[in-house]
Design a protein around this ligand. Structure first.
Ligand SMILES: [Ca+2]
Ligand SMILES: [Ca+2]
Length: 207
């Protein structure tokens, strides 16, 4: 939206930072030690294989491993500014600020800057979609969404309320195209009315 109006601030708002920190703590920092390392991605990799029933040595298992190594490597390139193998919360926010800053420069070229995401995040969004889409029919339904989020500690009633919001009362199918739009809004948008704000099952960022 910012891109359309040609007005896009390089600094992140408190609202944007809260969304990013929520994502960091809930979905990325899986061992809950307050920092991101390969360990967290290795846990995510194991979790997706377990949830999907992919056994060690199968093609799916190997592919998942490659995808997670790639996501972590690219995220480290972008975010681990002191190259110590750890992404702290400060580095995480700084990475998003510099990405935001890069996007501001692109608005001059008529790009909708608010919909841009880093390349590692494109891969992460795809992983997340596949994690939710348990039956593999190309659409995330309410049951799948609720089930996967419960694994991350999100209460079922919050998951249901969030789904109702971003699916616009079940009128919109949550396919990969729509999921990508919602995810980009979550990570990038400063619009409190963006439906993508609800994609993680968190209903408010006022606290
Ligand atoms: Ca961690
Ligand atoms: Ca670091």
């Amino acid at each position: 939206m910012g891109g359309v109006l040609g007005f896009f601030k390089p600094e992140l708002s408190e609202f944007q930072k809260k969304k990013l920190m929520h994502e960091f703590h809930t979905f990325f920092d899986l061992n809950k030690d307050g920092k991101l390392e390969w360990k967290d991605f290795d846990l995510a990799r194991q979790r997706v294989c377990e949830l999907s029933g992919w056994k060690v040595g199968t093609d799916k298992y190997m592919q998942t491993q490659e995808i997670f190594i790639e996501i972590w490597r690219k995220l480290q390139d972008d975010g681990d500014s002191n190259c110590d193998g750890v992404i702290t919360t400060e580095e995480w926010i700084r990475m998003w600020e510099s990405f935001n800053d890069e996007c501001v420069k692109k608005t001059e070229k008529d790009v909708d800057a608010a919909s841009l995401v880093p390349t590692w995040l494109e891969k992460y969004i795809l992983y997340k979609f596949n994690l939710y889409d348990r039956t593999g029919d190309g659409v995330i339904d309410l049951e799948e969404y609720e089930y996967v989020l419960s694994d991350f500690g999100v209460p079922a009633k919050d998951a249901r309320a969030a789904y109702l919001m971003f699916s616009e009362n079940y009128n919109k199918k949550i396919d990969i195209e729509y999921f990508r739009i919602l995810s980009a809004e979550y990570f990038r948008s400063n619009d409190p009315g963006a439906l993508g704000n609800f994609i993680t099952g968190k209903l408010t960022f006022d606290d």
